[in-house]
Design a protein around this ligand. Structure first.
Ligand SMILES: [Zn+2]
Length: 161
């Protein structure tokens, strides 16, 4: 970040108590904290946590996690319920926060949840090319081409089985 989002003035660095050196706009006379997007992604499992659900999207043919951007004014949990209903046509039985990762390429903070579904029956919308349930032990291999998703999946395998 180099310029003020409001006025375009080149930012300087100013010390802010309890925060440290923070970018500062001398024209607006205010600190400028970084702006980034927030998205929710989901490791989805069936009720007894023996199977996991991955989807394929955008014609890539690669497994990925169900995910979506958080709207302004929306909580991460609201986003999860909305995206899961939109894309998979179901409500979660249970949700549990796992971990977060920053994705530099899209300047997005990803918040991952473990999502348990009551039933393995899902009703995907047009955004989903294909979906598959895998045994959880096969999950790591099935998601290996998506690096962030793999890190979230491995976290699940280590901590939430
Ligand atoms: Zn400014």
């Amino acid at each position: 970040m180099e310029y003020c989002y409001d006025c375009g003035t080149k930012l300087t660095i100013k010390f802010l108590e309890h925060e440290g050196d923070i970018p500062f706009c001398p024209k607006c006379n205010k600190f400028v904290f970084p702006i980034f997007s927030t998205a929710v992604s989901m490791v989805i499992v069936n009720k007894d946590k023996t199977k996991t659900l991955f989807v394929k999207q955008y014609g890539t043919g690669k497994n990925r996690l169900v995910a979506g951007y958080v709207n302004k004014g929306e909580s991460a949990e609201e986003c999860l319920y909305r995206e899961l209903m939109e894309e998979m046509g179901v409500k979660p039985l249970e949700i549990k926060p796992q971990k977060t990762l920053y994705f530099e390429k899209s300047n997005t903070l990803l918040i991952n949840y473990l999502v348990t579904l009551e039933s393995e029956d899902v009703f995907p919308n047009f955004e989903i090319d294909e979906y598959n349930w895998y045994s959880v032990d096969d999950g790591t291999d099935a998601i290996k081409e998506a690096s962030m998703a793999k890190q979230f999946y491995e976290y699940f395998m280590k901590n939430n089985r």
